[in-house]
Design a protein around this ligand. Sequence first.
Ligand code: OAD
Length: 243
Amino acid sequence: MLPLDASTYLLVLTGAGISAESGVPTFRDAGGLWEGHAVEDVASPAGFARDPLMVWQFYSERRANMTAVAPNAAHHALAEVERRLGDRFLLVTQNVDGLHTAAGSERVIEMHGNLMRSRCSVCDRAPFEDRTAYRRGVAPMCGVCQRAGRDALLRPDIVWFGEAIVAGALPRIETFVDAAGAGLRFLAVGTSGLVYPAAGLVDVVRARGGRSWLVNADAPANARSFDTVTLGAAGKVLPEMFA
Ligand code: OAD
């Protein structure tokens, strides 16, 4: 049970596990996304430079799969807590599936980008919504660059290995933690605790004297850093978690 009162500032971190019950495959579980694909091939700038068609095929399949996907009870539980806490709530997600926003969450930082957006791999035009699942063998080009006489590929607006997380994410978290003071509470849900900086948030909270909760299907790499660990499915645990 995670008690909420008038002084509570709740920082939440979610990973692929929170969307598992919606039918979105996780990254590292059996049957997960990387199966059959080397991470460096589909989630790195070098992989994209080597074979953009294959990378676009991978993300196009993921876009196509999202049409049948909806938020589950865990996403809804977090949206409900946010309605109670307002600005004393901040949700940081490593997921690119957009399901928190679909559930009604508003104070969301998508630190690894969003599957349903594209951006140019060359020019600095703003990322834009793009739900297109491109046909096999088609790699889309940037229209802005084409009009300027350049050929430039579009790419998914996703943070790949070796790239910086979404600009402004860390300062926004820092501001929230500063405002929280002694009321800081941290909840991590459905994440393997392997990918930084997300995996280090629990240590930031501990250093500030905040209390921490973890809800995960199994004990992840950084489980010992949390004050309270609940092993179980997020869709079952979260709706009963907030007092
Ligand atoms: P992982 O696939 O590494 O971990 C998912 C975690 O969720 C595992 O620890 C599972 O045990 C747990 N899990 C599975 N089903 C669950 C359920 N129903 N309820 C609760 N927990 C469940 O995914 P992430 O930790 O999100 O980065 O991976 C972090 C990052 O690694 C991703 O954002 C991605 C990847 O590289 C980028 O793409 C930059």
